[in-house]
Design a binder for this molecule. Structure first.
Ligand code: GLU
Length: 442
């Protein structure tokens, strides 16, 4: 089984989503199940509702799970594992107070040596401290594992001193709960962010101490850098999946972009289903990758182009297929649904003709043409072709060249540049009564 293990402590970051996508793909490729494990062990940091938000995002992206568990529901089993370890002398109670450990840390700092817990301290304060924690005995041998992206990684015993697995209130630590659950659910392979590299030897040690034989596979994903070249933080809005969705990036485009990041893909534009055929985690580049919004915009536009007009209409929240077709034309210049909504919004808003930069007589020309177009629109379906419509409007208004086309474009689209009127007209003509409105006039 593969798993994605989000903590319900904040917004879903694109790095989390990337891990979820890769775990999902590998599960499908191996024919194994995909588990979602909500890692809610840190009660003070859990945010109410984040779990359902994460699940609805996964659902939206088509990352459907076979099983869902909340880590806190397994606390009893984690404690049983801790009891087993204590019984076999692989874990022990540690009565050290926080003050005592702080003092030891300060001493190490003063001596400029790394702080290491010494097992001999465990019971020094037994009389004064009724609330011990449980620590796993550190390793005497190096622990190594093969990372599909980073290659073989080795950790020496001095990096693995005895660490806490149950807190003083009996709540398991992240590493312990995670390692136990990976055993309980028979996880075979783990894809997660590179910030977890140092946790992996601890989790391996926990499983070894529990006499677990299975060797898990690992891939730790390089961090994602923001446009500034620094690690992408919560402050970079583009790092939030909800923000990207809110901007009108399609889930399929975000998936395409995240799979393609630091990767060689056989084609540029693809779906999650396509990626199941060829995705190989070993091809992911070792070095950090920069988040490239421009590239995402390009990928999004390509995915929008693949939608048919009715799909497009639905995304624009209208049943009117003509609006979908009109929106699609704007893919020449817009890359997200929001940008397209903005363009359509301009078409259907009262037009601002009170501008001086187009020349002094511009307003007058607009008003003149407006009357003509209004009159023509009253004649119903007479002008199906753009050519005949344009020629007739020109004749009736007696405007020519720029003095005709500029006002025409403004009156019909609200902008002075853009998609060919020739292309827009076949769709616009159905809505003339809604389109022909001037700001400040009825
Ligand atoms: N809850 C951890 C996180 O969100 C999961 C780490 C893991 O996949 O083991 O970073």
């Amino acid at each position: 089984m593969l798993r994605f293990a989000p903590s319900p402590t904040g917004d879903m970051h694109i790095g989390n989503l990337r891990a979820a996508i890769f775990n999902y793909i590998i599960a499908k490729q191996k024919g194994e199940k995909f588990l979602i494990r909500i890692e809610d062990t840190d009660f003070s940091r859990n945010i109410e509702g984040k779990d359902t938000e994460i699940l609805s995002i996964l659902n939206l992206f088509g990352l459907l799970w076979d099983e869902l568990v909340y880590q806190s529901h397994n606390f009893e089993r984690h404690r049983n594992f801790a009891d087993y370890l204590i019984k076999h002398d692989k874990a022990f109670y540690c009565y050290c107070t926080k003050e005592f450990l702080e003092k030891k840390k300060q001493e190490a700092l003063d001596l400029r040596i790394p702080f290491r817990y010494d097992d001999a301290w465990a019971e020094i304060q037994k009389k004064d401290n009724p609330k011990p924690v449980v620590r796993l005995r550190g390793s005497f041998e190096p622990i190594s594992f093969y990372d599909e992206i980073k290659g073989r990684l080795e950790f020496y015993p001095n990096e693995l001193d005895s660490f806490v697995i149950l807190r003083e209130d009996g709540i398991p630590t992240y590493n312990f709960a995670c390692a136990c659950d990976d055993m309980i659910y028979d996880i075979s392979f783990i894809v997660r962010g590179e910030d977890h590299v140092s946790n992996t030897p601890k989790q391996i040690l926990i499983q070894k101490s529990l006499d677990y034989q299975k060797q898990l596979g690992y891939a730790h994903l390089p961090i994602i850098l923001g446009e500034s070249g620094k690690k992408m933080s919560k402050r970079d809005s583009a790092s939030s999946v909800s923000w990207l969705l809110g901007q009108g990036f399609l889930p399929q485009a975000i998936i395409n972009y995240l799979i393609g990041m630091g990767n060689h893909t056989p084609v540029e534009i693809f779906t999650l289903k396509d990626a199941l055929e060829w995705f190989d985690i070993a091809n992911i580049a070792k070095s950090p990758v920069k988040f490239d919004l421009k590239r995402l915009r390009y990928v999004n536009r390509e995915h929008l182009k693949r939608l048919n007009e009715s799909e497009f209409s639905l995304l624009l929240q209208t049943q009117d297929i003509t609006i979908g077709a009109l929106g699609k034309l704007y893919l020449e210049e817009a890359s997200t649904l929001n940008e397209i909504r903005e363009k359509l919004g301009l078409i259907f808003s009262p037009k601002d003709i009170d501008v001086t930069y187009e020349g002094e007589s511009f307003k007058e020309e607009c008003l003149k043409l407006f009357e003509v177009l209004w009159g023509m629109s009253m004649q119903g379906e007479s002008f199906i072709e753009y050519e005949s419509f344009k020629n007739e409007a020109m004749k009736r208004s007696a405007l020519k060249g720029k003095k005709f086309f500029k006002p025409l474009r403004i009156l019909l689209t609200g902008e002075s540049h853009g998609v060919d009127l020739n292309e827009l007209y076949p769709y616009l003509r159905f809505y003339f009564k809604d389109i022909l409105r001037i700001k400040g006039e009825k």
